[in-house]
Design a protein around this ligand. Structure first.
Ligand SMILES: NC(=O)c1ccc[n+]([C@@H]2O[C@H](COP(=O)([O-])OP(=O)(O)OC[C@H]3O[C@@H](n4cnc5c(N)ncnc54)[C@H](O)[C@@H]3O)[C@@H](O)[C@H]2O)c1
Length: 344
């Protein structure tokens, strides 16, 4: 069976990740690409020999499309995903799943009502060191996990997104959220996955420290955030995120009763487990993606394989919802100056 995929958004992530990964999957075919900037849709359609659309609603009318990737601006994710599900398509939606919990709930409802698959592109779950780290934690080798620190920062979206300095990522009315929604959402999701745990409370401080629009006025979303999380199994953790680091940092440290785990701190050994200062196990597990150097994320293979085999997608909507719930608690805490409970 060939799974015909329509892609919404012909920007950076689609160019460096989704289109090449669909093309390399023997079960999948790029059926159409849609972007409101017509030249972008046409350029990618020419490169990948598929139809170009400039209005996603039109693309959804195409009966030849089985599944849709939603990879436009954050505030469009919910509307596009719901419309695609209701049009009978499976959906892979980029993170953050939505910009409000009520929108995210509507997405879950639409998936349930239509019986179509909704997967969220929390791709850090698929990275080899994270898969191995989860296995080790689950084996009990590190004992109870007591605390963690996870960091994701880079120099900023102007060096990444298709519109450069004029990117929508810096405008609250289009992005809905700043670096928390762009980068911390990956780590909030990842820690739930690694620890097989849920958050119970969050406290956060956010600020716009340095980023400005080309005219010098500050951007309208936060460019830095520091969050402290508590989990149901009793761990304490910090999630640190930034668009103002001069180099990309994307790493995690996990501290258990019986040992320490370092993930993506050492370029040669993506995973290091130490049970005493003298002894360690050093795992060589392949390269990790950075903004400058992409390696295959596996997100398309995971989505396509589940559809092909008729099994549940590995990162269903509810997982994106849980990460968003934690994210929203961080925003609420930053606003109120108080610790916020999660999931009650
Ligand atoms: N999973 C990851 O690691 C990861 C990494 C980067 C970006 N993302 C997410 O992917 C999404 C896209 O990010 P990007 O970096 O590609 O941004 P980008 O700015 O480079 O591209 C976004 C594209 O969407 C198009 N667009 C905007 N509104 C549209 C609409 N209504 N219909 C069709 N197209 C529309 C824009 O014209 C642009 O070409 C964001 O939600 C972002 O958070 C995820």
């Amino acid at each position: 069976m060939t799974i015909n995929i329509g892609v919404i958004g012909a920007g950076k992530i689609v160019r460096v990740r989704h289109l090449p990964e669909i093309q390399s999957n023997p079960l999948a075919r790029i059926a159409a690409i849609c972007d409101v900037v017509e030249a972008r849709a046409k350029e990618m359609a020419l490169e990948y020999d598929c139809k170009a659309y400039f209005d996603y609603q039109q693309m959804l009318l195409d009966p030849g499309i089985d599944a849709v990737i939603v990879a436009a601006t954050n505030t469009t994710h919910a509307e596009m995903s719901i419309a695609a599900l209701q049009a009978g398509k499976h959906v892979l939606c980029e993170k953050p799943m939505a910009t409000s919990l009520s929108d995210a709930r509507k997405m879950l409802d639409a998936a349930k009502a239509t019986g179509k698959q909704l997967m969220i592109a929390q791709n850090q779950r698929l990275e080899p060191a994270h898969v191995k780290a989860r296995e080790i934690i689950q084996s009990g080798e590190l004992g109870k996990i007591l605390s963690f620190t996870t960091i994701f920062g880079h120099p900023g979206c102007e060096y990444w997104a298709i519109d450069g300095k004029n990117t929508w990522f810096f405008r609250s009315e289009i992005a809905g959220m700043g670096v928390l929604g762009d980068l911390a959402v990956h780590k909030l999701d990842l820690m739930r996955f690694l620890l097989d745990d849920d958050y119970t409370s969050a406290s956060a401080t956010i600020d716009t420290l340095a980023k400005a629009f080309p005219d010098g006025t500050p951007i309208t979303v936060e460019d830095n955030a520091i969050c402290t999380m508590q989990t149901a199994k009793g761990a304490l953790g910090s999630v640190i995120t930034s668009w103002t680091y001069q180099v990309e940092l994307n790493r995690t440290s996990i501290y258990g009763e019986k040992g320490v785990m370092e993930i993506y701190s050492d370029p040669e050994f993506p995973l290091i487990v130490q049970k005493s200062p003298e002894t360690g196990t050093y795992f060589r597990l392949g390269k990790k993606s950075t903004n400058i150097e992409q390696v295959k994320s596996g997100i398309i293979d995971a989505f396509v394989n589940a559809i092909d085999e008729g099994t549940d997608v590995p990162i269903p909507g509810i997982e994106g919802y849980k990460a968003l719930e934690a994210l929203m608690a961080c925003y609420q805490s930053a606003k109120s100056g108080k610790r916020v409970k999660i999931g009650t």
